[in-house]
Design a protein around this ligand. Structure first.
Ligand SMILES: Nc1ncnc2c1ncn2[C@@H]1O[C@H](COP(=O)(O)OP(=O)(O)OP(=O)(O)O)[C@@H](O)[C@H]1O
Length: 240
């Protein structure tokens, strides 16, 4: 067996009295697309941010391509792409400036034109980030995650807030990632069924189901992933 691309073992995180991540164990194999789903506050963002080295676990182990996200930060940056949320980005820079800035972080970045093509933002090259629509900002953050030709990509809230056409464009961009390993957070069960090889359902910080969408649906005796999600967590995905 080859080493998993992402290894998460017995991960724990608490904030004061709140246990956000409670003994989460998950591996993602090279080339796999895996989703983490769960209601609000289930611990999804905490989990992926620990994988990305943006938060420190209380206990447990994380390895990305054999690297420790905190100890091997510089090496990890060359192989990991993270879709950062909007507050992290410089609002007064244009699309082209942001892409160039991110390209400067990598030894062999993707060409700017190719990146903007993937997310269909070529026409917005000269637009400041703060002037982009929510969907355009989201697509730019996905493009920025792909700048360094990462082997592993982490995408949080993949298409939240996007209109149906923009969602399909983002899906096509993810489909185009053939070799990359992808760990994504999503609230949209149709998206998860469409894009992901496996899905982990988090509930109150614990994984309550893990497997291919079709398998989880069959096991729950449900007719869709949405129904499966409701049966497992007692909440609607829309509340998530
Ligand atoms: N920095 C923090 N300080 C205190 N509590 C936090 C912090 N970050 C997250 N939490 C709490 O930890 C729990 C898990 O939060 P997390 O953001 O990981 O969940 P999530 O599943 O991503 O939720 P959402 O769907 O709302 O984004 C929640 O109860 C949240 O309020």
């Amino acid at each position: 067996m080859s080493e998993p691309a992402i290894l998460v073992a017995h991960l724990h995180k608490r904030y004061g009295d709140v246990v956000a991540v409670d003994d989460v164990t998950l591996t993602v194999e090279p080339g796999e697309v895996v989703a983490i789903v769960g209601a609000n506050g289930a611990g999804k963002t905490s989990t992926v941010e620990m994988v990305a080295g943006l938060r420190t676990p209380d206990r447990g182990r994380v390895a990305v391509l054999g690297l420790d996200p905190r100890r091997d930060r510089a090496a990890l940056r060359q192989v990991l792409g993270v879709q950062l949320q909007e507050p992290y980005l410089h609002h007064s820079l244009t699309v082209a400036e942001l892409v160039d800035l991110y390209r400067s972080f990598y030894r062999a970045p993707r060409p700017a034109a190719e990146l903007l093509d993937v997310v269909e933002l070529g026409e917005q090259r000269g637009t400041r980030f703060e002037r982009l629509s929510g969907g355009q900002q989201q697509r730019l953050s996905i493009a920025l995650a792909l700048v360094g030709r990462p082997k592993v990509v982490i995408l949080d809230e993949l298409t939240t807030g996007l209109d149906p056409r923009a969602r399909r464009r983002v899906w096509a961009a993810i489909d185009a990632l053939r070799e990359e390993t992808v760990l994504l957070v999503s609230h949209a069960m149709d998206e998860v069924e469409r894009l992901c090889d496996r899905v982990a359902v988090l509930d109150h910080g614990r994984i309550v189901a893990l497997g291919p969408p079709a398998e989880l649906i069959a096991k729950a005796g449900a007719s869709s992933l949405e129904e499966t999600f409701m049966a497992l967590t007692g909440t609607e995905p829309e509340e998530a």
